[in-house]
Design a protein around this ligand. Structure first.
Ligand SMILES: Cc1ncc(COP(=O)(O)O)c(C=O)c1O
Length: 650
């Protein structure tokens, strides 16, 4: 139902207890597992309440090793003579604790880091102190200071490669290289001729923002030659966009890059020994294994094999040595490692029972007040009485009644707007319509979407529950809002019970965009407008525990792209790893923002605010509007609020 097999990547499944079980080492150790619901309960006992982001360090390590293994295998199988390394682009998640965990594992795998801006370069240089041989690739726009820092980093012994993304950067590199007497490792980014695919199509192609055209590549080589530095050109790079969903596209662009490598070598770039295939290695978020934007139609092994095969074939044809291969795979390394968990704090329901006694009471009361009950209300009532006892959608009376109800509800809305229908009677019309609609949905349950009558298109979505969830989409899942990316979503418990309701998820921002109404679906043909959820009272699942939902695969981009809409800040982030004895342990806790902190980001002085409220309260006490005890309460709430979590608290 939730597609764990499709998108879980071997890390997430449903356990016998009905809880989500994480197997952080994936296929390497499927028996080592962590009960996700237990973790959330344990965190709650420690005062770390939902919403909480859980980062599984072992999952990150496993993904890194899988990537390395996939390329190592392809290299062996293809008798390839170069090596493979991934440089993690820290823009995907720059959080220090996260990158430090990654760096620990990167050293042993020969992996490195990529910086895409000056602040990222500063972070990367500090992170690689003590691991000087770790490869660093520098992308992005570079000013004089950026390049001078890179050249000086050579003097610190760093294995660092500035990539020329626009022609002017080459002059700066040559200037500082001469000034400091450094023979730097230089990279060039080429503009691939083909545009990318999917959402980031514009990262590739001739009109792409970054990279050198073929004529500029030649000029760059001439310039280096003139400076006696053609052997300093060590790397050629491209990036055709993130989340490349189609392996066909990857093959074509890798082929082009390999051809550029061979040609540059033929033309005198004798030091050129590395190709950097950029990012783009995608993640199957919806589990459809397709070319849909939130999916990919290839595996990690296929990706590695295709890259190695293409490069080898091009080099063998041109009789050039096999270069070392670098990828800047950010999403693929980090997405699986984080899960966001939040509680459902409330629900809007559209009842399937119109409550006839209530309707009779309202109508009697309105008639008693001399208000006439208009025809559409009678029509709705009649439609309900007709459809109530039908048992199949094949029964012509059912769809007829539904059509009548649609028409009557429309009419009653118009009457209300024109002042001819009272609010109580409009409420009656809504309840009857909901009940009729829910009955139609019950009659069509189990019918494949393709077999549904056209007229009920969108009805399930219209009458599903709205679950209010304690999180901010803008802070924790920005890509869902900005680019309609699908993320896997499922309750993290009660998965041994059949869910009986469907819902869309609404966050607690006061923005109607803050909701999720598209969910992954394993049958490859469509996304679901609603999520299957369990019946649960607002206060929990009957034993006092909240109803908890997880959003999976959120480890790439979401944390750092998140924003402060409505001043909801960072959630708590907790690093959890496997523990031989206890099952799991907490390695690190990064507490979420307090209200004081987010107010500070938008230049408020919390102490001044507190003083202003105190003054006001004093004034109200003096004026007799408030007792001293009430003013003390107000100040206590205000002060506690400032130090508290920005999300709803228990
Ligand atoms: C130059 C460059 N390298 C690497 C990446 C990371 O890509 P991905 O997250 O798809 O691996 C990006 C992201 O767009 C990028 O612009």
């Amino acid at each position: 139902m939730y597609g764990f097999e499709g998108w879980g990547g071997g890390y997430f499944r449903v356990g016998a207890s009905g809880h989500v079980v994480v197997t952080p080492r994936g296929h390497r150790d499927p028996s080592a597992s962590i009960d996700l619901h237990d973790v959330v309960e344990g965190l709650s006992e420690r005062g770390l309440h939902t919403p909480v982001l859980i980062r599984f360090t072992d999952v990150l390590e496993s993904r890194m090793r899988d990537l390395k293994d996939a390329f190592d295998k392809a290299i062996r199988d293809e008798s390839y003579e170069g090596s493979y390394a991934c440089v993690y682009p820290i823009k995907v998640n720059q959080q220090r604790q996260f990158v430090e965990e990654l760096r620990e594992r990167a050293s042993s795998l020969g992996f490195g880091l990529e910086a895409g801006s000056k602040p990222e370069l500063m972070a990367v240089l500090a992170l690689t102190a003590g691991v000087e041989d770790m490869p660093i690739v520098c992308n992005g726009f570079k000013d004089d200071e950026y390049i001078e820092t890179v050249i000086l980093a050579h003097k610190l012994g760093r294995h660092i490669t500035p990539v020329v993304e626009s022609f002017a950067e080459l002059d700066l590199i040559l200037k500082h290289a001469a000034e400091y007497g450094v023979r730097p490792r230089i990279g060039v980014r080429m503009k691939p001729s083909l545009p990318g695919a999917g959402r980031w199509a514009e990262s590739g192609g001739e009109r792409s923002k970054f990279g050198l055209h073929a004529p500029e590549l030649l000029l760059a080589l001439e310039k280096l030659d003139a400076a006696g530095m053609s052997d300093c050109l060590r790397l050629v790079h491209f990036h055709v966009g993130s989340q490349m969903c189609d392996i066909g596209q990857i093959k074509n662009t890798v082929n082009e890059l390999a051809r550029v490598y061979c040609e540059l070598r033929r033309l005198g770039a004798t030091g050129l020994d590395t190709i950097d295939i950029g990012g783009g290695l995608g993640v199957d978020y919806d589990g459809s294994n397709s070319t849909w934007a939130s999916s990919v139609n290839y595996t990690l092994d296929e990706y590695a094999l295709d890259v190695v095969y293409r490069v080898r074939a091009a080099c063998d044809d041109e009789k050039q040595p096999h270069p070392n291969i670098i990828s800047e795979s950010g999403r693929a390394l980090s997405a699986h490692s984080s899960v966001l968990v939040f509680d459902v704090v409330g629900r809007t329901r559209f009842s399937r029972d119109p409550d006839v006694a209530w309707i009779d009471r309202i109508i009697a009361s309105e008639e008693g007040a001399g208000i006439e009950v208009p025809q559409p209300i009678d029509d709705l009532r009649h439609a309900w009485e007709t459809i109530r006892d039908t048992v199949s959608i094949e029964d012509k009376r059912a769809l007829d009644a539904y059509h009548d109800a649609l028409q009557a509800r429309e009419e009653s809305r118009t009457l209300f707007n024109l002042g001819y229908l009272s609010l109580p009677l409009r409420a009656v019309s809504d309840r009857l319509y909901w009940a009729i609609g829910r009955k139609v949905l019950a009659l069509t349950e189990g019918i494949e979407d393709g077999g549904l009558p056209d007229q009920i298109d969108g009805l399930a979505e219209q009458l599903s529950d709205i679950c209010f969830c304690n999180f901010s989409l803008f802070q924790s899942l920005p890509d869902s809002w900005a680019i309609e990316q699908i993320f896997p979503i499922a309750p993290i418990h009660r998965l041994d019970e059949k869910p009986t309701r469907r819902a869309i998820l609404a966050d607690i921002t006061c923005d109607s965009d803050g909701q999720i109404n598209r969910f992954g679906c394993t049958d490859q043909r469509m996304y679901k407008p609603t999520l299957e959820v369990h019946e649960a009272e607002e206060e929990g699942d009957g034993d006092g525990r909240p109803y908890r939902i997880g959003i999976f695969l959120v480890g790439a981009y979401q944390e750092v792209l998140g924003d402060l809409h409505n001043l909801f800040g960072d959630t708590h982030a907790v690093h959890v790893s496997l523990d031989e004895q206890a099952g799991w342990s907490i390695d690190d806790v990064v507490e979420g923002d307090t209200v004081r902190e987010v107010l500070g980001y938008v230049q408020y002085d919390a102490d001044a605010m507190r003083r202003a409220i105190r003054k006001e309260a004093e004034k109200a006490v003096r004026a007799g509007e408030m007792t001293v005890a009430q003013s003390r309460n107000l100040l206590r709430f205000y002060e506690q609020g400032l130090e508290g979590y920005t999300y709803l608290e228990e």
